[in-house]
Write a new protein. Structure first.
Length: 210
């Protein structure tokens, strides 16, 4: 048997990660076995164990690779938009929601996180916000403070509470759609949903139409 090259090994590793995403989304993390993942990837269990020691290690690797949204944001968001922070944040949220609705792998990742992952603690909170919005709490706080400086949000607004409310609202929207996608078109309604998010806060300037 010919010795596998580094390229072959990397390809097999990615096959296993892609197969794990599909299996986790279909039947949940707890119910998926390493045998299920190896079978879906069409590799032996020995090949799987050469790359990963456990299901948890595969799960961790999935989230380390979660960079699709960041690339899309960089491609679609004009640099000039950063001078209007409320518009910038709105566009980030709209792009994130549309990507979840239209990109099969992103949808599968959200299904795992929102519906098929049996949580034992709150360690995934930061992963969730990064995966869903392409930002961590520090970045959200930065842009919300920019909104206040720009006059879009009242200077009396409580930033930590705003972050909690935004995260809860966006997570709820995504969960509702994942559980009942036939009820509404997430991609089409994303701009209106995001515009209405800001109605929870004292905003001094109206949102532009998308």
């Amino acid at each position: 048997m010919a010795r596998k090259t580094k390229t072959d090994a990397l390809q097999t590793r990615q096959q296993l990660i892609d197969a794990a995403i599909a299996q986790f989304a279909a039947q949940g993390v707890a119910k998926t076995t390493l045998g299920d993942i190896a079978g879906a990837a069409k590799v032996t269990r020995g090949a799987l164990y050469w790359h990963f020691d456990s299901k948890e290690q595969i799960f961790d690797e999935i989230w380390k690779q979660q960079s699709r949204l960041q690339r899309v944001l960089q491609e679609k968001l004009p640099r000039a938009l950063k001078t209007t922070p409320l518009r910038y944040l709105s566009e980030v949220f709209i792009i994130a929601l549309r990507l979840i609705a239209q990109d099969a792998q992103q949808k599968a990742l959200m299904e795992i996180l929102c519906c098929k992952y049996e949580r034992c603690d709150s360690a995934l909170d930061d992963i969730e916000i990064h995966a869903m919005l392409g930002m961590n709490n520090e970045m959200l706080e930065y842009w919300l403070r920019r909104c206040i400086q720009h006059g879009d949000i009242s200077p009396h607004a409580d930033i930590p509470e705003m972050i909690i409310l935004l995260r809860g609202a966006l997570s709820g929207i995504v969960r509702q759609w994942l559980l009942h996608p036939q009820r509404f078109d997430l991609a089409a309604r994303a701009p209106a949903l995001v515009e209405n998010l800001w109605h929870m806060f004292p905003v001094t300037q109206p949102q532009a139409e998308y």
